[in-house]
Design a protein. Structure first.
Length: 486
């Protein structure tokens, strides 16, 4: 009897194996198989978060899903990243196309859309986790419809500057990245967008007058254009009708090149302040609020993130033009007034101190620094408190330490000097210590800003090799046993 039962058990198990092997591609079988044995299509069949039934239907109708599944068994070296739109995302696409269902969508459009969401990994590459993605272009199976990957301040990846990757799932032949939007690749170059946007008509005329139109028509290179509106350009006299002579055209060329950064810079990716080198060669500094340091460190802001995403870059509309610098820090110091009758607008002592220590010459060699320059009123109070008759009474080594403490090792803009900025902005000095972040409008520190107005006492200008700000009080590092004016 026991022998008969064993035979029955054997036959039952054998029958179960045969039944399971006969429905290899059924969703039930997918559920039973370990995840690392499923291909990317099977992973989407298994996935419930986001629900990919519409994208799966598109994969089936176009035959691309079957092709990928067959390759997973026949050619294990082929691996893919599938950027899979959820049903919600695909429904929005159908609404835009004016079709009622996936099955009713034009097969050519459907095929191109599916291919534009699949990246084939090079043979040398292993599976790429979400954390392994790097910024740049990812070619898709659809020629000419690459996906550009970039990251926000928290490290979350975005596609073409806006589509967020919600989650990832591994498979035996690649990864599935669930996305909340169908990816649309841009079809126009920056030049074509400039030709079609009436709000950028004046900028377009200026670009063509300077002979730069061809730069933005080249789809093989990418740029970020900071684009002032028609009204903003006219406000500062940037009128196409006023540029005729070679000298005028050369000036216009420098201004326009200063508005262009090589590569794509998305608003969501601008996190901590960092310099971006313009086509002019001078750097532009952006911060997370979309604020750009201009001629007088004024607040030139993005008026809309990624106003245009082009085939060859990004256009950000800004509320004011930015003008390139023409002199460096040493040259600017030489221009400062010496006015004994108005110590708040006099810098004779600062000039003497820089000359005594040789830092005036050293400043000319430095790049991307900020000179926090005390005025004569600040130096007079400091000297009196520490019983020095003049700046010449301070030993040169101590004076050098004092002045180096006033040189920040980065470009610091006026918007850095606020209570909110103090938590994220580091004022590390050439001397080595960190200066406590000065607060704008505070009587101890930086003069009040006056955008586009080089008023008396205000010199917080962006220069070719750094920035300058006026301090109302001399700051004293811990390394010196000297008193600071309270």
């Amino acid at each position: 009897m026991k022998k008969i039962l064993n035979i029955h058990s054997f036959l039952s198990i054998t029958l179960l194996i045969i039944l399971l092997s006969g429905c290899k591609n059924d969703k039930g079988d997918v559920l039973l198989r370990p995840r690392n044995e499923r291909d990317v299509v099977e992973v989407m069949q298994r996935e419930t978060k986001g629900d990919f039934t519409m994208f799966l239907e598109a994969l089936e109708l176009t035959g691309i899903g079957k092709q990928i599944s067959v390759e997973a068994n026949q050619n294990p070296s082929k691996r893919y990243i599938v950027f899979a739109p959820t049903n919600k995302a695909f429904s929005a696409l159908l609404l835009q196309l004016g079709t009622a269902s996936v099955a009713q969508t034009d097969i050519t459009v459907l095929t191109e859309t599916v291919k534009a969401h699949i990246h084939e990994l090079p043979n040398a590459e292993k599976n790429i986790k979400l954390a392994d993605l790097t910024e740049g272009d990812y070619k898709t199976l659809q020629a000419g419809r690459d996906i550009y990957v970039n990251f926000d301040c928290d490290g979350n990846p975005y596609l073409n500057g806006k589509t967020i990757v919600a989650f990832e799932r591994a498979s035996k032949n690649g990864y599935v990245y669930g996305i909340e939007d169908v990816i649309f690749q841009p079809t126009s170059t920056i030049a074509e967008i400039l030709n079609s946007d009436p709000d950028l008509a004046v900028l377009n005329q200026l670009i063509n007058k300077a002979g730069l139109g061809g730069v933005f028509a080249d789809a093989s290179k990418s740029y970020t254009l900071l684009a002032p509106s028609n009204a903003a350009l006219f406000d500062v006299g940037l009128d196409p009708a006023t540029f005729d002579t070679p000298e005028e055209i050369a000036f216009l060329d420098s201004v326009l090149r200063y508005h262009v950064i090589g590569g794509r810079v998305f608003g969501l990716s601008v996190c901590n302040e960092k310099p971006y080198v313009s086509l002019l060669g001078q750097d532009i500094q952006l911060d997370a609020a979309g604020i750009i340091g201009g001629e007088f460190n004024d607040f030139v802001e993005f008026t809309g993130q990624n106003a245009h995403f082009a085939k060859n870059g990004v256009i950000h509309k800004v509320d004011y033009p930015i003008l390139p610098s023409t002199i460096n820090i040493r040259q600017r110091v030489a221009q400062l007034p010496e006015n004994p009758s108005n110590l708040a607008n006099s810098f004779a002592i600062a000039k003497q101190a820089l000359a005594l220590t040789g830092l005036d010459v050293e400043l000319e060699k430095k790049s991307r620094v900020t000179m926090m320059l005390p005025n004569d009123a600040a130096f007079t109070a400091f000297l009196s408190l520490n019983n020095f008759a003049s700046i010449y009474d301070i030993p040169v080594d101590k004076l050098t330490i004092l002045l180096e403490y006033h040189i920040i090792t980065r470009r610091a803009f006026f918007n850095d000097f606020s209570t909110s900025a103090s938590a994220i902005v580091t004022m590390k000095t050439v001397q080595g210590e960190e200066m406590p972040t000065p607060v704008a409008d505070n009587v101890n520190y930086v003069f009040t800003a006056s955008p586009y107005n080089a008023s008396a006492g205000r010199i917080d200008m962006k220069l070719t090799n750094g920035n300058m700000h006026v301090l109302r009080k001399v700051q004293v590092p811990k390394a010196l046993n000297l008193k600071q004016v309270p």
